[in-house]
Design a protein around this ligand. Structure first.
Ligand code: AMP
Length: 437
């Protein structure tokens, strides 16, 4: 018999909030993590997005705040959560507010790319919980507008993404400022060596929790690959979306301008769509996400980084218009559907340049993705097809060697602002990244 939230020793106001959200059963990551966090242990959690990991750390933290009320100290949060993107940071803060709606506590979120004054005022009030992206957090700390001296719990979410995005220096600087006596919770969807090393510098005798083996595809998702010529991809996408009358679709592209073009094309064809990527303003992104969430538009076209942290219920189809360059991103992308046990579908377009990428993804997820030959544009892969991935593979290897020695900083959204002030020794590489995101 599966356990219930009642058996997890969470207080009544939290249980009430869960009932109101109609959460009845803890997800596996919650079942494993909550008791450890309540006991005060450090935790190293390997969990993909969509598994309920936000509540896995937010619920026991709220329980701790509820049981141990303390007078607010301006500028000094008791709980700090760092997340790689503003979208994810916003969602985490919303989760704290929702789960903690019946307890006395305050949470705030800070991120780069917008004016700092409202955030400074928010931090000044002394919220118990602060959710932040690394760059803005360090900015406020360096201006002495924020202090971590009262910190009791430190959470790092989506640590693998954080490293991928070049935040390692920022993360190290933050870690250096943490008080020695604290509880630390570390979450990552994948556990490569670089992540394990980083976790080693943060955690003390951590309890390990894992809900799916690293880089395994969410099982519930029905996956297919369509072999197709690059030139036909837009028509196939249009056909698929025309047939997909219910539910929300998230389309991933590698390049920002492609995302724009597809969104415009679909809108012209009577399927209103919006694009989100690093070149869009924060306001435009929030607006697009809101329309998508409310179902006013049923198609959102996104680049990887912009889509990170999107937690929209009802996405039942993810389309990889372009295969991701990083095989791990495949798991993150398709994890946007089938959230919290719902059914989901993922269709990936594999063109003549992407055969190698597909092979890497399949190696990574340890399965062959079934081929869909039933569409009008099927094209069997040919021996003469160029293989973009080999080039990307050596690029990636160069990148990771470089990161190991001297990681460069990259902005989460490829735009200016506090997140992008890191030195960037490899200009070509960051330019490439910018083009891609
Ligand atoms: P996360 O992995 O934290 O991004 O959560 C994924 C989604 O699952 C979010 O929409 C949550 O609101 C939802 N969720 C989390 N825990 C539960 C639960 N125990 N029961 C039902 N839904 C949940």
């Amino acid at each position: 018999m599966s356990i219930t939230f009642e058996s997890l020793a969470l207080s009544e106001p939290i249980q009430r909030a869960l009932r109101e959200r109609e959460y009845t059963t803890p997800s596996p990551i919650q079942e494993q993590t909550i008791p450890y966090v309540l006991e005060g242990h450090d935790v190293m959690g390997c969990a993909q997005t969509g598994t309920g990991k936000t509540a896995a750390f937010a619920l026991p933290i709220l329980e701790h705040l509820d049981k141990n009320p303390r007078k607010r100290t301006p500028k000094s949060p008791r709980v700090l959560v760092i997340a790689p993107t503003r979208e994810l940071a916003i969602q985490i803060e919303e989760s704290f507010s929702a789960y903690g709606t019946h307890i006395r506590f305050q949470s705030e979120v800070i991120f780069g790319g917008v004016g700092q004054n409202p955030q400074v005022r928010a931090v000044q009030k002394g919220p118990e919980v602060l959710v932040a992206t690394p760059g803005r957090l360090l900015d406020l700390m360096s201006q002495r507008l924020l202090s971590l001296k009262s910190l009791e719990v430190f959470v790092i979410d989506e640590a693998d993404r954080m490293l991928d995005m070049g935040f390692i220096h920022d993360v190290r600087k933050i870690i250096a400022e943490l008080p020695a006596k604290r509880q630390s919770l570390f979450f990552s969807a994948t556990m490569p060596n670089s992540i394990i090393e980083l976790a080693g510098t943060i955690l003390t005798q951590p309890k390990h929790v894992e809900v799916t083996p690293p880089a395994t595809t969410v099982e519930k998702i029905d996956q297919r690959v369509c072999h197709i010529a690059k030139a036909d991809k837009r028509d196939l996408l249009t056909d698929i979306l025309r047939d997909h009358k219910e539910g929300l679709t998230l389309v991933f592209t590698g390049m920002k301008h492609v995302a724009n073009r597809i969104a415009e094309h679909l809108t012209k064809k009577g399927m209103p769509a919006a694009a989100i990527h690093g070149n869009k303003s924060q306001t435009a992104r929030v607006r697009a996400l809101e329309s998508f969430r409310k179902g006013k538009i049923r198609v959102l076209v996104a680049t990887d980084i912009a889509a990170r942290g999107i937690d929209v219920k009802g996405i039942d189809l993810v389309i990889n218009y372009d295969l991701p360059n990083e095989p791990d991103s495949y798991v993150h992308r398709i994890g946007r559907t089938a959230r919290a046990g719902a059914e989901g579908h993922a269709i990936s377009f594999c063109d003549e340049l992407s055969q190698g990428l597909l092979r890497q993804i399949e190696k990574n997820i340890r399965m062959e993705i079934p081929v869909d030959r039933a569409h009008a544009y099927h094209r069997d892969p040919r021996p003469g097809d160029k293989d973009e991935s080999q080039q990307q593979q050596s690029r990636r290897e160069r990148g990771s060697n470089q990161r190991r020695g001297n990681r460069n900083g990259r902005n989460q959204n490829g735009n200016r602002g506090s997140q992008s002030r890191n030195p960037s020794p490899d200009r070509n590489r960051s330019r490439r990244r910018r083009q891609q995101k």
